[in-house]
Design a protein around this ligand. Structure first.
Ligand code: HMG
Ligand code: MG
Length: 311
């Protein structure tokens, strides 16, 4: 089979917007630096496969993430992608200036629910990092840019263990109050389970954060990413982050492995009769091509199953 049989489920969103993070979350974690033109081709192929939100790169300190130090060279190579949103990560005003100078229209700041990860990832406390983001969000909104607020370690932290829901909600609210248009709840180390996801979503709703403004960002370390996604869909979430071929991780979080693979997600959504606009064959071919460039097979079960069938 190359496509699942469609058996729709009750009370799930009719359409899901996939926020593709392979070119950023995926490639930031590669040991080798992928050449700029390969990254550009990757993004073009993802767009050709029907993805409409493709996170392109990060304007962070090049010494912190050398894999994405070519942001200035890459971003202009994507200028021909009409109708495709190309969000970029910016941690501070310096990053925002760099992104705006190239015409970026969507930016993402990235906060942490825990002090340990805020320090490791941003060299700041949680509150210092929120203070760093405040002028970034204000200035981006003045320029009518769309702002996503990532929140990492929402379900567990490699240094601190379990993360209380109220601790996550406090930082999430701060991002929303600051003016973020969208919140992405990150399970950076992949430890979440379905009821934990639904509890956090319900708590955010209680505090006035609508489900329509929330996306979910699962890593698949413990094989829970799809179950957690289904739990979020049942709660009404319709924005799901995923990474083509299951590339990914975070260089500043011990034990963060690959993201939820976009192909695995699309297989489930197609089977549920949920529209994504993605051509699974083209997407799989892209991940097989990228795996060839990286010199190792994709960890995605769906990529492996479909590409074995093709060979
Ligand atoms: P810092 O060392 O505290 O920087 O790092 P600083 O503010 O003290 O500045 C030091 C120097 O860096 C200055 O230069 C700045 O201009 C320069 P100098 O005056 O000394 O010559 N600088 C910059 N240069 C270029 N671009 C910039 C920039 N900022 C400062 N943007 C900083 C603080 C935030 C910069 C650093 O910690 C950093 O870049 N961190 C990024 C880490 C990162 O990208 N992590 C991965 C993304 S998060 C993630 O993957 C999780 C997610 O997927 C969700 C999930 O799974 O949970 C989103
Ligand atoms: Mg991530």
């Amino acid at each position: 089979m190359t496509l699942p049989m469609v058996v729709p489920a009750q009370d799930l969103p009719a359409r899901v917007r996939i926020h593709e993070v392979g070119a950023r979350d995926g490639l930031q974690n590669e040991k080798s630096v992928v050449p700029t033109e390969v990254k550009a081709e990757f993004v073009h192929r993802l767009a050709a496969a029907g993805l409409t939100t493709i996170e392109a790169t990060s304007f962070v300190h090049p010494k912190w993430v050398p894999q994405l130090a070519d942001a200035e060279a890459l971003f202009p190579l994507l200028g021909d992608l009409d109708g495709v949103a190309l969000p970029v990560l910016v941690p501070n005003e310096r990053g925002l200036d760099r992104a705006l100078a190239l015409g970026a229209r969507r930016i993402a700041v990235f906060a942490s629910a825990t002090e340990s990860f805020a320090k490791a990832n941003l060299n700041r406390t949680v509150d210092e990092s929120l203070a760093m983001f405040e002028p970034v969000v204000t200035r981006a909104k003045e320029r009518k840019a769309h702002v996503r607020g990532y929140l990492s370690m929402c379900f567990g932290d490699p240094w601190e263990g379990a993360v209380p829901v109220h601790q996550v909600v406090r930082v999430a609210k701060a991002l929303v109050d600051m003016g973020c248009d969208e919140l992405s709840l990150g399970d950076t180390i992949g430890v979440a389970t379905p009821a934990h996801v639904q509890t956090l979503l319900a708590e955010l709703n209680e505090e006035g954060v609508p489900t329509s403004s929330i996306g979910v960002h699962f890593h698949d370390t413990y094989g829970q990413a799809l179950s957690n996604t289904l739990a979020a869909l049942q709660h009404g979430v319709s924005t799901v982050d995923a990474s083509a071929g299951g590339l990914g991780g975070c260089p500043y979080a011990k034990s963060a492995t690959g993201n939820l693979a976009t192909e695995d997600l699309v297989w489930m959504l197609q089977g549920l009769g949920i529209d994504t606009g993605v051509d699974l064959g083209l997407l799989t071919a892209t991940s097989v091509w990228m795996a060839g460039r990286l010199g190792r097979p994709s960890p995605s079960r769906t990529v492996r199953a479909l590409s074995h069938q093709e060979s």
